[in-house]
Design a binder for this molecule. Structure first.
Ligand SMILES: [Zn+2]
Ligand SMILES: [Zn+2]
Length: 258
């Protein structure tokens, strides 16, 4: 299985990172996409992606950090794309996006930095890892304007409705689902059935969003099989099919080895 969105480089895992990664592979993990959040975290993301051929990196600034990270800092960070020691391991731009729910950074700063990430994805041809919360209209508008039909990616931890999912599909975006789908099955099951397995990738967003009944615990990539099991239950299919199809979706989107 593939965890398409993890933050194992963050301080939540400082005490036992190697053990967490060992459990990832033991649980059937095939690849791990380690998602960068800010310039301060990049050295550890970089180290992880160079330490194991199954770990890939993304490069970007989370909307929550866009109040303290300026355009020049982003330019410096994106310089890693020119570094031959790490650039082959970078499979996406992000995580980027807009979050009007938490409101940790001014909206205009978030939009400015999001525009710059979409432009970088367009220029490099790399997919985009997008965080959208209470901001779907602006996210979709900026993807259309700045992406110019040339940017693909994933709306991770998808929290939109059917109409947003349809617009994402028209833009060529996949939808990432994690532990949150286990919190409210009555809402998640029909949405997942509408979307269909071909548009879905699995993720943990660890250390956040642990699946039920571990919701209050630290999440980790070894929980991906629990998420796959929930998807299988909602769609009335077996877990192997969920694994096969969602792995294939992730491999295609991120250009991972088959
Ligand atoms: Zn996110
Ligand atoms: Zn994230």
């Amino acid at each position: 299985m593939i965890d398409t969105h993890a933050h194992v480089h963050t301080s939540s895992f400082d005490g036992d990172r190697d053990a967490v990664l060992a459990r990832t592979w033991d649980s059937g993990g095939r690849y791990l996409i380690e998602v960068n959040i800010d310039p301060a975290g990049w050295p550890e993301v970089r180290r992880m992606a160079r330490s194991d051929p199954r770990i890939y990196a993304t490069l970007g600034v989370h909307p929550h950090s866009s109040g303290s990270v300026g355009p020049d800092d982003l330019e410096d960070l994106l310089g890693a794309l020119d570094d031959p020691e790490i650039s082959p391991r970078i499979v996406a731009i992000g995580e980027t996006g807009l979050d009007y729910y938490r409101d940790y950074a001014p909206h205009d700063r978030q939009r400015d930095l999001f525009h710059r990430h979409v432009a970088a994805a367009r220029e490099t041809g790399l997919p985009l890892v997008v965080h959208a919360r209470a901001a779907h209209d602006d996210v979709l508008r900026i993807l259309r304007e700045e992406g110019q039909g040339k940017v693909r990616g994933v709306l991770h931890c998808f929290s939109g409705d059917r109409a947003v999912a349809d617009q994402a599909r028209d833009l060529g975006f996949l939808l990432g689902f994690g532990g949150a789908i286990t919190y409210n099955p009555k809402r998640s099951a029909p949405l997942l059935r509408d979307i269909g397995l071909d548009r879905i990738v699995l993720e943990t967003d660890c250390p956040y969003m642990a699946p039920h009944p571990r919701r209050r615990e630290r999440n980790e990539p070894a929980n991906v099989p629990r998420i796959a099991a929930a998807v299988a239950e909602y769609l009335g299919i077996d877990r192997d099919e969920v694994e096969r199809t969602t792995d294939g979706n992730a491999i295609s989107l991120f250009g991972l080895p088959r």
